[in-house]
Design a protein around this ligand. Structure first.
Ligand code: ZN
Ligand code: ZN
Length: 332
C-alpha cells in the first residue's frame, strides 16, 4: 500500500491523528538490504532528540551523579541502595511528569499529533483510585520502580564482588560501545517473548491486565504494570549476569527499559513546543497494540511481529486480521 492509499484507508478515520504510510520497521532486516535506509534509521534514533538519545544522555548523567562506585556496593547497605532507588525514581518522575504536564495538563500542543481523540480517563472504576493517572503513577512508582531497583541492587552487588563478568571502558572500549548499541536490540528481543507470554489467555488476567486497562495511553502508562508483569519485564537485566558489562551498561539498560515507554506511551507522535518540533515521542506501533491488543507485541527494532504474522501496519486490513486472530485465540 502506498502513502496515498493510506490517507484513503478507512483506519485513518478511526484516529485523531493517523501517520502517513505504513508503520515503519527497522530496515536492517529487509532483504535486499538498503544501506542508506539503515543509516537513516540509526541516525534518526541516536543522533536526533528521541527517546533513545534522551535515555542515553540520562544514563550518563545518572551514572555520573547518582550511581555510587562499585567499591561502595560490595555489601548491602542502605546508603547506596537508596541512591540506586533514586537513580530510577528521579528520571521517571522528571520525564513522565514533564510530558504529562505539557501534553495533558497544560495541553501545550492541543490535539496536534495526538493519536486518540479522547482525553485520559479522569473517573473510571476500572482503575485503582478510580482515576487513570493516579492508577498509572501508583503502579509505576510503587511496583515497577521497586522491582527494577531490587534487580539492580543484586546485579550491582554481584558486579562489585566479581561474581559476574565486568569490563571497563579503558580495558575494552570497542566492546563497551558495541554492547551499549546492542542493549536496545536485546531489550526488544526479550520484550517480544515476555510480552507474548503475558498475552497467553491463562497468564493475561494476572500478569498483563493492569497495563491494558489503558486503551487510551499517556506518559505514566509506560511501565504501569502489575507486580508479576514487572518480575518478568525487568528480568531483561539478568543478561548482565552473563555478558561482561560496566555499571554504565546497566544504567543505560535501566533508562532504556524504564524511560523509553514513557515516550512510546505518550499518545502523541511528536512533542511540539512553540510551534517547533521538540522531539519524537509516541509510537503508533505500540498505540495500535493498546487499541487492538493481539498485534505488535514487540517493537519496531526487530520485526518479530512481521515474521510471526502479528504485525499491524496501521491499515484497516490489518485491524480486520487482528480481530480475527484475537477471536481465534480466545475460542481455542
Ligand atoms: Zn503498553
Ligand atoms: Zn500487551
Amino acid at each position: 500500500m502506498t502513502d496515498t492509499d493510506f490517507a484513503q484507508d478507512p483506519e485513518a478515520a478511526r484516529w485523531n491523528y493517523h501517520p502517513d504510510g505504513p508503520v515503519a520497521l527497522n530496515p536492517l532486516f529487509t532483504w535486499p538490504i538498503d544501506l542508506r535506509a539503515v543509516i537513516d534509521w540509526y541516525r534518526g534514533a541516536w543522533l536526533q532528540f528521541t527517546a533513545l538519545s534522551i535515555c542515553f544522555l540520562l544514563a550518563i548523567a545518572v551514572w555520573a551523579v547518582i550511581i555510587p562506585p562499585l567499591a561502595a556496593m560490595q555489601s548491602f547497605a542502605p546508603g547506596w541502595m537508596f541512591q540506586v532507588w533514586l537513580a530510577n525514581l528521579v528520571p521517571q518522575v522528571l520525564t513522565a511528569g514533564t510530558l504529562h504536564w505539557w501534553l495533558y495538563m497544560r495541553k501545550g500542543q492541543g490535539l496536534k499529533k495526538k493519536f486518540e481523540k479522547r482525553d485520559l480517563n479522569r473517573s473510571n472504576g476500572n482503575f485503582t483510585f478510580n482515576n487513570q493517572v493516579l492508577d498509572n503513577i501508583f503502579w509505576t512508582l510503587g511496583s515497577a520502580i521497586t522491582v527494577a531497583t531490587v534487580y539492580q541492587w543484586v546485579i550491582f552487588w554481584c558486579m562489585a564482588n566479581g561474581y559476574v563478568p565486568t569490563v571497563t571502558f579503558a580495558e575494552n572500549p570497542v566492546w563497551c560501545v558495541i554492547w551499549l548499541a546492542l542493549i536496545p536490540m536485546w531489550s526488544g528481543f526479550h520484550y517480544y517473548w515476555a510480552h507474548r507470554l503475558e498475552h497467553h489467555p491463562r497468564l493475561y488476567p494476572s500478569f498483563h491486565a493492569v497495563h491494558h486497562r489503558n486503551v487510551n495511553i499517556g506518559p505514566w502508562t509506560g511501565i504501569s504494570n502489575h507486580w508479576l508483569e514487572n518480575l518478568l519485564y525487568f528480568s531483561t537485566y539478568w543478561i548482565h549476569f552473563i555478558i561482561p558489562s560496566h555499571p554504565l551498561h546497566l544504567t543505560f539498560h535501566a533508562m532504556f527499559q524504564q524511560v523509553t515507554p514513557v515516550f512510546s506511551h505518550s499518545g502523541f507522535e511528536r512533542v511540539i513546543v512553540n510551534e517547533k518540533d521538540a522531539t519524537r515521542a509516541g509510537d503508533f506501533f505500540h498505540q495500535l497494540h493498546h487499541r487492538y491488543f493481539e498485534c505488535n507485541y514487540g517493537t519496531s527494532e526487530i520485526p518479530f511481529d512481521r515474521w510471526f504474522g502479528t504485525f499491524h501496519d496501521g491499515s484497516a486490513a490489518a485491524t480486520t486480521r487482528t480481530r480475527a486472530h484475537k477471536k481465534q485465540m480466545y475460542t481455542k
